[in-house]
Design a protein around this ligand. Structure first.
Ligand code: HEM
Length: 371
């Protein structure tokens, strides 16, 4: 029996490999921003709650201020992979989205509330007021959004569950149960948040807007968090990989194409180990050198790219084992449109690069000023 809805008769307007490439690149960037939000926010909340030293409040304020900007990247870098995922996996993704429709659409409202709380958190910290409960509220909501996304991204892989869910309720008002991959996958993202959040602090410690004492504090704490949660992240990753179906595990080793996703898994592992070492150097030697800051940032980016490639392989192999081959589509490439898209894409990247360079060149006040 065919488990998936019929394929759209309109052919794809660009090669599948191009959609996949753009999907993986933009999704990896979404994940970097998501992890900075999930981990950085929790760290900022804890730093503002347990104000052990003036430096902890300075660090909390510096992170909270940046998190309102990070949130714009979370959202803007989420739209492209959503569109590419719908083009490539629409038959699976639209179905699962409809099945949890009420929750899925509620993400817009929850996201708006999270954003508002984030601004309140940062605004009160700027005034030197207590604000941890506002930040904690934002973190709980962001964690719930992450849970809903993990729910949908795993439900789209389980066509065998759809019929029963739809028979039970066509209102999209209840969440699926019984998927052993869901919780490890969600916890993997949460652990990754603290790991990336720690590396982000190591990066921040390299900025000249902190005093020498603040730098030592931020590098020391961030390094220890990155090292500790790097290990937790590794454990969560191994757990999430171990609960995948046998067909996926075999494909990641033996399939001629998807064994590269398997290699990406090993690369991810090696990169997390490197990041743990970076964390140890920053954390225990309290080093806040520029090279360490940039190494931490680069390793964080590469880790998320490797993770995204591996995750993509897991999805394709799971779907393949159920009769959905993502490569099996009619393609009639419209090169004119592809060309216009690529020109605009590169121009967009150029504008963002220019914006970043303007921000980098601007004169910045010291982080601890007016506290
Ligand atoms: C606070 C805001 C957000 C958080 C915490 C968040 C978190 C996450 C997490 C944890 C995943 C991975 C789920 C998994 O595979 O287990 C994910 C994937 C994804 N997110 Fe976000 N997200 C946020 C906002 C958004 C928004 C606003 C959109 C849409 C415009 C979005 C679109 C996506 C898409 C499309 C994927 C999966 C893409 C794929 O697998 O192809 N996210 N997000």
């Amino acid at each position: 029996m065919q488990l998936f809805p019929a394929v759209d008769p309109i052919p794809l307007p660009a090669p599948i490999w191009l959609f996949k490439l753009l999907h993986i690149v933009t999704l990896a960037l979404h994940f970097v921003a998501v992890e900075m939000l999930l981990g950085g926010l929790l760290l900022a909340v804890l730093l503002s709650l347990f104000r052990g030293s003036p430096a902890s409040l300075v660090a909390a304020r510096a992170m909270a201020r940046r998190l309102t900007v990070v949130m714009t990247y979370v959202i803007n870098l989420a739209v492209p992979p959503l569109l590419f995922a719908q083009v490539l996996y629409g038959r699976a993704l639209y179905t699962s989205s409809v099945l949890i429709g009420l929750y899925w659409i509620s993400i817009i409202g929850i996201l708006t509330l999270t954003y508002w709380l984030l601004y309140q958190f940062s605004g009160r910290l700027e005034k030197g007021k207590s604000a941890w409960w506002l930040g904690l509220g934002a973190w709980v909501l962001a964690g719930f959004i992450a849970r809903l996304l993990s729910t949908n991204m795993t439900l789209m892989l389980r066509p065998e569950a759809w019929q029963q869910m739809y028979s039970a309720s066509a209102a999209g008002a209840y969440l699926p149960a019984g998927d052993p991959t869901l919780t490890p996958r969600w916890l993997l993202m949460l652990a990754g948040g603290l790991f990336i959040g720690g590396l982000w602090m190591v990066y921040l410690a390299g900025r000249s807007t902190f005093t020498a004492e603040e730098k030592r504090f931020v590098a020391g704490l961030g390094g220890k968090v990155a090292a500790l949660f790097g290990v937790v992240y590794l454990a969560a990753g191994l757990w999430a990989a171990s609960v995948q179906p046998a067909a996926v595990k075999t494909g990641l080793v033996h399939d001629s194409l998807y064994r590269f996703a398997g290699y990406a898994g090993y690369l991810w592992l090696a990169l997390v180990v490197v990041a743990v070492l970076v964390g140890c150097i920053a954390g225990f030697a309290k080093v806040s050198a520029n090279w360490l800051a940039w190494t931490g940032a680069l390793v964080a980016l590469l880790t998320e790219i490797a993770f995204t490639v591996y995750r993509d392989g897991v999805r394709d192999l799971t779907l393949l084992s159920k009769g959905f081959n993502v490569w099996d589509r009619v393609v009639v490439t419209n090169w004119g449109v592809v060309g216009i898209f690529l020109v605009l894409f590169v121009a967009g990247l150029g504008v963002v690069g220019w914006l970043v360079s303007v921000v980098a060149r601007a004169q910045k006040p010291m982080e601890g000023a007016a506290l």
